[in-house]
Every structure is written in structure tokens, then in C-alpha cells.
Design a protein around this ligand. Structure first.
Ligand code: UT7
Length: 329
């Protein structure tokens, strides 16, 4: 299986730290020093997350030189679909990928990694030949814009990669580990609103609706700096790969301090740690493919490069994968 294309899309509207401080009691210097974020993109009135996911997929299709009808699978990792029944079929329709089965997968900020590994299984077991995996989230819809402890972190975006079976005996997905811990789910969640209403004859029902993002930042921070190095270390050891042989460390873009802490733990130089947090903040399932596409486009990631990636977030969920980028034929 080979990684042969990438694409990304972000909304036009940019919200700087200074602008955000007009809404909530915060300031540019606090946000920069505690998170590394300078601005984030926000979907405005004329766009949707399905649009962004579609644009990212189109670019990945173009890089891979694929006919949309040759795609077998579209997996959309999102926690913020336009339609709770799933938005992936709408992405399929936008692309004209009429032969692809398309469905959503929800695992918050780990969603892209979980979807990537899921799609790879279909290719590795021979069920499908070509897949698009897209991570797209619009957390701006679900942030409490008056909660300075969380709203400064998040933004909207989408990124996609194209995977296909290959004749090479060296699989592009070298290894992976995935984990969940529902016991700690309360650290970061977006729970339903409990609204019981009478239906008829004493029968009640729960009206649909969700609250806003609830986050214990310090607990999530501690979770990330403990679990990400640990899962990466296990993955590297089980695949007999040394940290020095990595070309890139591509972590979920949550906080620059988390990226630096993980790099320090493995003595990986900061030049090998991909980061675009300053421009986009945390775009949840989109961060990894958005960053990957940026580095492919500007030539930092080259064919044959070895990348260690790790996603982590709500659930709690986390995972790591080792991948070798191939690029288009
Ligand atoms: O995909 C995963 C998503 N979630 C995360 O990645 C969250 C991980 N956690 C973090 O990134 C950090 O915990 C935060 C950036 C959220 C917070 O940084 P911190 O260094 O843990 O700050 P803190 O919560 O300990 O707060 C320190 C101080 C407090 O003031 P006092 O009590 O010391 O006077 C806060 O009230 O900073 C204050 N504070 C702020 N001040 C200005 C908290 N948020 C802000 C803010 N602007 N936005």
C-alpha cells in the first residue's frame, strides 16, 4: 500500500489572537507563549465542512492522477459533520466518485489516524484498491467563544490523502498502535444536552442537541505528554526503528509545547518536527493531513521519507503510525 497524493483546504476567514481578545479576556502574548498559536481559520456563512473536505479530496485526487470513478473508498474522519447521519456521501457526490463507498468515522483529534489505519486494512486485505482518507473539522461551531480556556485553541480545516495498493513489498504503513480510554473521557468532550420532553401518555423522549466543548486543559496536556511519547516509543521499538532514522515527526497540532516536549523526549531536532499551529491552531481531525499536505507541497516531505505520526484527543483516544511517503507515480 502506498501514499500517493495529498490535498488540503482551509476557510478564507482568519481570526488573529488580537481579534479574539476583542471577544474574550485573553491576549496575543498569553496565547502565543502557552500554545504557539497566532491565528486560526473560521468557516464563514458561505461554506461548510463538506465543502472543505471535498476541496481537499479533489486536490489529493489531482496529485495522485486518479479518475474520481476509480476510487473505492472515501473515509471522512470528523466529529463535526454537516449531517449527523454522515457527511461522507456528500463528499463522494461532490467528487463524482460514484463507485466509492463513503462513510464517516468519529474519533475526535485521533480521527484521521484511526481512519487512515482503517482504510489501510481494506487495501492490505485486498478488498479495495484506492481510498481517500480525509480529516475535516469545524470546531468553531461547537466552541464556547466566551470560554478563554478553550476557545483560543481551535480552528477549522480539512486535509486528505490518497492511498492505493502497490506491488512493492514495502508497505507505506509500516506499523501502528491505537488506544482508547473511556474512563478519562470527561477531560475533553462535547456531550449531548439532556432535555427530556413529554411525548404522550407519560412517555418521555430526549430532544436532540449538544452542549459546547468541555475541556480540562491541564489534564489533557498531561495525558498528551505522557501517552504520546510512550506509544511512539513502543511503536519504534516494535518496528526496530530508531528516532534518528525518522525524517519527520508529524504530531497532532494541539499545542507547540506538546510538540516540543515529545521531540525532547526522543532528542529529535526541532527542524524535524512539523508545525503549522501558528497559522491554523488545532483543527482536530484535520491537523495531521493539513500539515502533511503543506510539507509535501513545499517540498519538505520527499518521496521515500519516513514519518512518525501521532494523534491524540477526546475519547480519550490516541495512536501512532509509521509511514513512508511515496508521492505520485
Ligand atoms: O486535541 C486536544 C485538544 N486539547 C488540548 O490540546 C489542550 C491541552 N492543554 C493545553 O494546551 C493547555 O493546558 C492550555 C493551553 C489549554 C492552557 O495552558 P496552561 O499553561 O495549562 O494554563 P492554565 O490552564 O494552567 O492557566 C494558567 C493561567 C490561569 O490564570 P491563574 O489562575 O494562574 O491566574 C488561567 O486563568 O492562565 C489563565 N488563562 C488565560 N489567560 C489569558 C487561561 N486561559 C487563558 C487565556 N488568556 N486564553
Amino acid at each position: 500500500m502506498a501514499f500517493v497524493g495529498s490535498g488540503s483546504a482551509t476557510p478564507d476567514q482568519s481570526l488573529s489572537n488580537d481579534q479574539l481578545s476583542l471577544r474574550v479576556d485573553t491576549n496575543d502574548s498569553w496565547i502565543r507563549s502557552r500554545t504557539g498559536i497566532c491565528s486560526r481559520r473560521i468557516i464563514g456563512s458561505d461554506e461548510s465542512i463538506t465543502d472543505l473536505a471535498g476541496r481537499a479530496c479533489l486536490k489529493a485526487l489531482k496529485m495522485a492522477n486518479w479518475d474520481p470513478e476509480s476510487v473505492d473508498l472515501i473515509l471522512l474522519a470528523t466529529s463535526t459533520p454537516d449531517d449527523l447521519f454522515g457527511s461522507a456521501p456528500q463528499v463522494q457526490a461532490k467528487l463524482g466518485a460514484s463507485n466509492a463507498v463513503a462513510f464517516d468515522l468519529t474519533a475526535a483529534c485521533s480521527g484521521f489516524l484511526f481512519a487512515l489505519v482503517t482504510a489501510a486494512q481494506f487495501l492490505q486485505n485486498g478488498s479495495f484498491k484506492r481510498a481517500l482518507v480525509v480529516g475535516a473539522d469545524q470546531l468553531s461551531r461547537w466552541v464556547n467563544w466566551d470560554d478563554r480556556r478553550s476557545c483560543v485553541l481551535f480552528g477549522d480545516g480539512a486535509g486528505a490523502i490518497a492511498l492505493e495498493v502497490s506491488s512493492s513489498k514495502n508497505d507505506g504503513l509500516i506499523g501502528f498502535h491505537l488506544k482508547s480510554d473511556g474512563q478519562r473521557g470527561g477531560c475533553l468532550n462535547l456531550p449531548k444536552i439532556q432535555d427530556n420532553l413529554p411525548l404522550v401518555d407519560g412517555i418521555t423522549y430526549q430532544q436532540g442537541g449538544f452542549s459546547t466543548i468541555q475541556m480540562n486543559g491541564q489534564e489533557v496536556y498531561k495525558f498528551a505528554v505522557r501517552e504520546v511519547p510512550s506509544i511512539l516509543e513502543n511503536l519504534l521499538e516494535s518496528n526496530k526503528i530508531s528516532p534518528e532514522s525518522l525524517d519527520w515527526l508529524l504530531l497532532h497540532q494541539a499545542n507547540q509545547r506538546i510538540l516540543d516536549a515529545v521531540a525532547d523526549r526522543f532528542a529529535i531536532p526541532y527542524e524535524k518536527v512539523l508545525s503549522n499551529l501558528s497559522n491554523y491552531g488545532n483543527t482536530s481531525a484535520a491537523t495531521i493531513p493539513l500539515m502533511l499536505d503543506e510539507a509535501v507541497q513545499d517540498g519538505r516531505i520527499k518521496p521515500g521519507h519516513l514519518i512518525a505520526t501521532s494523534g491524540f484527543g477526546a475519547g480519550l483516544s490516541w495512536g501512532a503510525a509509521l509511514m513512508r511517503w511515496q508521492g505520485p507515480a
